[in-house]
Design a protein around this ligand. Sequence first.
Ligand code: SD4
Length: 332
Amino acid sequence: MNRREVLKSSVGIGLLGSANILTGCEKAATKPNSTVKAEGPVVISTWDHGIPANNKAWEILSSNGSSLNASEKGVMVVESNPEVRTVGIGSRPDREGHVTLDACIMDGESGKCGSVAFLQDIENPIGVARLVMEQTPHAMIVGAGAKQFALSNGFEETNLLTQISTDEYNEWLKTSEYQPVINIENHDTIGLLSLDSSGNLAGACTTSGAAYKMHGRVGDSPLIGAGLFVDNEIGGACATGLGEAVIRSAGSAMVVETMRNGAEPEKACEMIVERIIKKEKSIENLQVGFLALRKDGSFGSFCIYQGFTYAYKTSTDEGLLNASSKFEKIVT
Ligand code: SD4
């Protein structure tokens, strides 16, 4: 396919700092103030598949459950859906044909976190990450050790490679080109942040990472501070997009620190996106987006290229937002 990408700065045309509310497929008006104020329990999560994740999380939050449970169970819905091709079962494999998963969870109340990376044959890596947090003295377990830990704790060995992924992989092998296309799939990593009725924050992040990545590659999503960070005093943040750039910037931790220094959630996301743009040599094929949820329930998001969506749910409202972006991206 011959795709030419034309980047157009949106700053001059008033899109910077704005979030479009989408309901279903319908676009609503541009919001004048991009950080959304909300009270009481709140859940936000990345991409369109954030909607079912939020619905599950909301069942827990609305019955005074913990943000930790809400975050874990919310993203599990997406991990267990084989139609989501970038998280859990049904994911695209690496270039050697193996589905390998990364996930982490962080609990604001205890300040603890748990993570797994390069985990194979386990449908719900987020559940394993939670067990790492709660039942081991460690914060992160990877590869065969993580699988062994999961199996010994009752997780079942599951073939995560579906027929459609196998067929696509065989097609991919004909060229073996590794060129991730920004936003094309629109159903990426799920990062979810929640605030419960007790005022505690938690977050979870889970992914199969980049399709056709090198065997053994680990992205930002299982790395506390990169793909996810939660500080119960301030707020939480999570990331989606090219993990290598998020790792290089310690992205989510920096978003939280920027909120600590007084920035509103969306502004904090924007400042770290700007830092990444400045640092990276080329941003032509680089998408990074952050979500941030502050302790007071306000939230926001910012990404490099238009097209990153996120879902939110509060006691008064819910929907899908188009994250504010630095650039409009036109694919011709
Ligand atoms: C990774 N950040 O492994 C993940 C993938 C992702 O949008 O979120 N893509 O790099």
